[in-house]
Design a protein around this ligand. Structure first.
Ligand code: MUC
Ligand code: MG
Length: 367
């Protein structure tokens, strides 16, 4: 079970349809595939999606920190030394996606070694999650058409609507059009990616008061400390902290400071080890959790559903598991499929992912 090698492989897969939101846009999945090898001949895999507009990481930076700092620190450790792995990764500040991918590849290798699913190792609560689909910026008619297609093709009935544009009426019109077209039975929530001020957020929420929103996420920056507290104190909808809660300490600060009332857990930034800490803290604080998506490919999505299925609290709400549908291709031998609005974990050990060597050869950027 000893770690003998940690590989970081850059790859690029274009999106069929770019995703646009208040803090940025993604046209190509320029991710890093992480492989952790052991002396038993086992290989664990995970992917790191760089999001410079959210965490400051780039693809080249993720490669560098894994190859130059993390890999040498982990060689010789056992796959069961997960807290030692976490402590050594923790010596370096920042770099959440790079750390998360290394951590998840270690868990995947452990699952493969023990012939157990990661979901069983973590908590084993269930084997599937309801899926929430994210709608990026577009005209109201186009966003409604996409939601209808996703509902009809995949049975998905929960939608996260990207907001944060100016004037706020632009986004309010989209949410209203979605509610009118899709009816009362679908779940709708909004994510501002910090695009609005607290007062713009409050005005928008007033205009959407009759639209039955499930949640509002990160409408304004957490650094608007008093403004955000003022906003959250007047909402009758739970306010999700997403990019403002990258560590358990962030959760403590945001929740006890009155700047959020629920959290998004993204395994792409907290891995499995850190996400466990976030989950247990949220449970102790009595918070709702949404399993978020950092615009993950299929491997990242498998990691999210593996974690989300592990606990009652993370499986309760629909998880954001469908961004991969907009990619032109992916790395897995067997593509993920969403049926009846649900995504199931894979039967194999670890997270159940098999990377197709031909696809990796085609999309990798280091050859
Ligand atoms: C989200 O929930 O914010 C946008 C940027 C990112 O890192 O994740 C997405 C989705
Ligand atoms: Mg978000």
């Amino acid at each position: 079970m000893k770690i003998t090698r940690v590989e970081a492989i850059p790859f690029a897969i274009p999106y069929r349809k770019p995703l646009r939101f208040a803090s940025g846009e993604v046209h190509t999945a320029e991710h890093v595939l992480v492989r952790v090898h052991t002396d038993d001949g086992v290989t664990g895999v995970a992917e790191a999606p760089p999001r410079p507009f959210t965490y400051g990481e780039t693809q080249a930076g993720i490669m560098a920190v894994i190859e130059q700092i993390f890999a040498p620190q982990l060689l010789g450790l056992s796959l069961t030394d997960r807290e030692v792995v976490a402590a050594r990764l923790g010596r370096t500040v920042g770099n959440p996606a790079a750390k998360a991918a290394v951590d998840m590849a270690v868990w995947d290798a452990l699952g493969r070694t023990l012939d157990m699913r990661v979901t069983e190792l973590l908590g084993g609560y269930t084997d599937r999650m309801r899926v929430s689909h994210m709608l990026g910026f577009d005209e109201p008619a186009a966003m409604v058409a996409e939601a209808e297609r996703i509902r009809d093709e995949y049975g998905i009935t929960t939608f996260k609507v990207k907001v944060g544009r100016h004037p706020v009426e632009l986004d309010v019109a989209v949410v209203r059009a979605l509610r009118e077209a899709l009816g009362a039975e679908v779940e709708l929530y909004i994510d501002g990616n910090r695009g609005w001020t607290p007062t713009e957020s409050a005005a928008a929420m007033k205009q959407m008061a009759d639209l039955g929103l499930l949640f509002a996420e990160e409408l304004c920056p957490a650094d608007d400390v008093l403004g955000r507290r003022w906003l959250v104190s007047q909402l009758d909808v739970a306010f999700i902290a997403d990019e403002s809660v990258v560590t358990p300490a962030d959760v403590t600060r945001e929740i006890l400071g009155g700047s959020a009332t629920a959290i998004s857990i993204k395994v792409a930034r907290t891995g499995f080890t850190g996400s466990q800490r976030m989950h247990h803290l949220a449970e102790g604080l009595g918070l709702e959790i949404v399993m978020g998506n950092q615009i993950d490919g299929q491997l990242g999505t498998l990691c999210t559903v593996a974690f989300g299925s592990s606990y009652r609290l993370t499986a309760r709400r629909a998880g954001e598991l469908s961004n991969f549908l907009d990619m032109s291709d992916d790395l897995l031998t067997e593509p993920l499929t969403i049926h009846g609005g649900e995504l199931a974990i894979r039967p194999g050990p670890g997270v159940g992912a098999e990377v197709d060597p031909d696809k990796l050869e085609h999309y990798r950027q280091d050859r």
